[in-house]
Design a protein around this ligand. Structure first.
Ligand code: MG
Ligand code: MG
Length: 250
C-alpha cells in the first residue's frame, strides 16, 4: 500500500511540472499513464467501471470524474482537480489534489485552503477506537463553519487490493456514528467541497460530476493507514509541493 501510494505522489509531482496555461487535460493524462507504467505499475482508473482514462481531471465547477480531453485546454486562473490511482504489486494507491493554473482569484484560493485543511482535520480523527462519523463530522463542521458546502453524493472509502472497499467515508455525518475504526485499516479520506450549494449533477458524458450552480469545487484526497500510534498518510503531496514551490502551495 505504501509503495502504490508513493507512486501516486510521484506521479502528481511529475504532473505538477506540466500544469500550466495551454496544456490539455489529455496531455496530462498521457504524462501520468507513461510515468505510472514506467514505474512498473498500472493506472487504477483506466477501465475501472469503463472509465476511459488514467486520470480524472475536473476543471473549476467540475467536482470529480472529469474525463481528460484534447479539447480541454487549461487557462490562467483555472483550478483542476487531479485524481490519480495506481495498482502496484496487487495493491491500489489513490490520491487527489486541486492545482491552480497560474494565479487564481482569492475566493477560489480560499476554497482550496479550507478543503485541504478539512482533509487534515479528517485525518486527525482516523484513530483506532473512533468511528467513521468522527472523520465525517470534523470535515463537515469545519467547511460549513467557513461558509462552504459538502457534496453528499460522493464519499471516501476503504482501499486495499481493490480501489473501493468498505467502509464508506462520507464527508458529512455525526460524531460517534458509523463503523468502528481499527488498526490496520486503509482508507481514503477525500473532501469534495463547493463554494456555492452542495448540489451536483452529472454531465452528458455520463461521468463528470459538476456543481449545479456552476460555482467552483475542490477535491483533496489522501490514502491513510490506521496504526496503533495514530493515522499514517501513505500518499504524499511532498513531490508536487516541491515542484510548485512555497508560493504556489495552498
Ligand atoms: Mg481518488
Ligand atoms: Mg478515492
Amino acid at each position: 500500500m505504501r509503495l502504490a501510494n508513493r507512486l501516486v505522489g510521484e506521479t502528481q509531482g511529475e504532473l505538477a511540472k506540466h500544469i500550466l496555461p495551454g496544456v490539455t487535460t489529455l496531455q496530462l493524462d498521457k504524462i501520468a499513464e507513461t510515468f505510472i507504467r514506467d514505474h512498473g505499475a498500472t493506472p487504477a482508473f483506466l477501465g475501472h467501471n469503463g472509465f476511459p482514462n488514467s486520470l480524472c481531471t475536473s476543471v473549476n465547477e467540475q467536482v470529480v470524474h472529469g474525463i481528460p480531453s484534447a479539447k480541454t485546454v487549461l487557462k490562467e486562473g483555472d483550478i483542476v482537480s487531479i485524481d490519480c490511482g495506481t495498482v502496484l504489486n496487487g495493491f491500489v494507491g489513490d490520491s487527489a489534489y486541486t492545482f491552480c493554473v497560474g494565479e487564481v482569484g482569492t475566493e477560489v484560493s480560499k476554497l482550496l485552503k479550507i478543503t485541504k485543511e478539512a482533509l487534515y482535520l479528517g485525518i486527525q480523527q482516523a484513530v483506532e477506537g473512533r468511528r467513521v462519523g468522527d472523520i465525517s463530522f470534523a470535515i463537515q463542521s469545519y467547511c460549513e463553519s467557513q461558509g462552504y458546502s459538502v457534496v453528499r453524493e460522493l464519499v471516501g472509502h476503504g482501499i486495499g487490493r481493490k480501489m473501493h472497499e468498505s467502509p464508506e467515508i462520507p464527508n458529512y455525518g455525526r460524531r460517534g456514528q458509523g463503523p468502528l475504526l481499527r488498526s490496520g485499516m486503509c482508507i481514503c479520506i477525500e473532501p469534495m467541497i463547493n463554494i456555492g450549494s452542495k448540489n451536483v449533477t452529472i454531465e452528458q458524458d455520463g461521468w463528470t460530476v459538476r456543481t449545479k450552480d456552476r460555482k467552483c469545487s475542490a477535491h483533496f484526497e489522501h490514502c491513510i493507514a490506521i496504526r496503533p500510534d495514530g493515522p499514517q498518510i501513505l500518499s504524499s503531496f511532498e513531490f508536487l509541493e516541491e515542484v510548485l514551490g512555497n508560493n504556489r502551495i495552498i
